[in-house]
Design a protein around this ligand. Structure first.
Ligand code: PLP
Length: 302
C-alpha cells in the first residue's frame, strides 16, 4: 500500500514583479498551503516515507514529538488518520488547563497525547528513552521532532517533482529544521540554486544539519540569514505591512512565522537587483496560515 495524500498538481500563483524591478523576472509561488487548511504542506511531504514504513509494518503506529503549537504534530495526526495508522504525540511540558487549538486538532484526528516535562523532553532522541516509550506504547515507527531525519528530507525532495517543469533558476524556502531545504537540495539539478531563508536568529549550523540529512554541501551564499525579524515567531510592523501589501497587490496570504519572512526576503532581493534579467524564481508557500489566528482582528487585511 502507498501512503495516500492529496498531493495533486500544486497550483502556482504568479506575482507581477514590475512594481519592484524593471527586469523581467518570473516569480511563482507554489501553493503547498492549499493542500490542507490546517496542515502545512511541507510537513506532509516530510512524513511521506515514514507513513510508507508504518503502513508496511505490523504495528501500524507512528510516534512523534512536538510542542503545544507544533505544525508537525498536527500534520502527523492528520497523515495517520487518512492512512488508517495509530498516532501517538509526545508533547513538551505539562498539559495546560485549556489545550491549544493545535493539540485539540491532534486529538480530533485521533492522536493519543502524552505530556512530559521539559527536562524529560530534552532526551527525546536518546535510545534508552525511545525504548521506554516503545515499552509503554508498543513497537512503532518513531519520527523525530519536526521530521528532522534523512527519511524526512527524502520525502521533502518529492516537492521538487511537482515544480520542476517550471525550470526555475531559483527555488526559495523558509528554514526551520532545514529538512525541507535539504530535501530540495537532493534534486538540485532541477534548479540552478536552492535558497534558504532561516526564520530563527543565529542559526549557524545549517551546513551540519544538511550533512546529517543527506550529506550535501551547502554554499552559504545560498542562505539569506538577515530576514529572521528578531527570531522565531518574532515580527515587527514592517513585516505585517509587507504581508498586507502582498495580499492587497497580489492576493497572496502569508504567515508571520515562515512564509511572510521568506517572501519579504525574495522581494527585497528583487528590489536590490540581485536576480538576473529573465530569471525564474519559485517560492514555496509551505503553509502555516492558521498561525495568523493569534493576531487581534484587523491586524491583517486577510
Ligand atoms: C515547519 C515549517 C517550515 C520549515 O520547514 P523545515 O523543514 O523544518 O525547515 C516552513 N513553513 C511552514 C509553514 C512550516 O510549518
Amino acid at each position: 500500500m502507498k501512503p495516500v495524500f492529496n498531493l495533486n498538481d500544486i497550483e502556482c500563483t504568479a506575482i507581477d514583479t514590475s512594481r519592484y524591478s524593471e527586469k523581467k523576472i518570473k516569480l511563482l509561488v507554489a501553493r503547498l498551503d492549499t493542500i490542507h487548511p490546517v496542515v502545512s504542506g511541507n510537513k506532509l511531504f516530510k512524513l511521506y516515507y515514514f507513513v510508507e514504513e508504518a503502513l508496511q509494518s505490523t504495528q501500524k503506529t507512528i510516534l512523534t514529538f512536538g510542542g503545544a503549537w507544533s505544525n508537525h504534530l498536527v500534520a502527523t495526526a492528520y497523515a495517520c488518520k487518512v492512512n488508517g495508522l495509530r498516532s501517538i504525540g509526545i508533547v513538551r511540558g505539562e498539559a495546560a488547563e485549556k489545550l491549544s487549538v493545535t493539540l485539540n486538532d491532534c486529538i480530533a484526528y485521533g492522536m493519543q497525547l502524552k505530556f512530559i516535562s521539559r527536562e524529560q523532553y530534552a532526551s527525546k532522541d536518546d535510545e534508552i528513552f525511545l525504548q521506554q516509550l516503545k515499552n509503554e506504547f508498543g513497537d512503532c515507527t518513531i519520527v523525530p521532532e519536526g521530521g528532522y531525519h534523512p527519511t524526512g528530507a527524502r520525502g521533502a525532495s518529492l516537492i521538487m517533482d511537482m515544480i520542476k517543469m517550471h525550470n526555475a533558476d531559483y527555488v526559495c524556502t523558509a528554514i526551520g529544521t532545514a529538512t525541507t531545504f535539504a530535501g530540495l537540495m537532493q534534486q538540485q539539478d532541477a534548479a540552478k540554486k536552492i535558497i534558504g531563508i532561516p526564520v530563527l536568529k543565529n542559526m549557524t549550523d545549517i551546513p551540519e544539519r544538511v550533512r546529517y540529512l543527506n550529506n550535501r554541501f551547502v554554499d552559504e551564499s545560498n542562505l539569506w540569514t538577515d530576514y529572521h525579524f528578531g527570531g522565531y515567531a518574532k515580527y515587527n510592523q514592517a513585516l505585517l505591512d509587507f504581508m498586507n501589501e502582498l495580499f492587497t497587490n497580489h492576493h497572496l496570504p502569508t504567515d508571520f512565522v515562515y512564509t511572510g519572512k521568506m517572501m519579504y526576503a525574495v522581494i527585497d532581493k528583487i528590489k536590490q537587483d540581485f536576480f538576473d534579467n529573465h530569471s525564474t524564481i519559485i517560492c514555496l508557500h509551505t503553509g502555516g496560515l492558521q498561525g495568523n489566528g493569534s493576531f487581534a482582528a484587523g491586524t491583517l487585511v486577510f
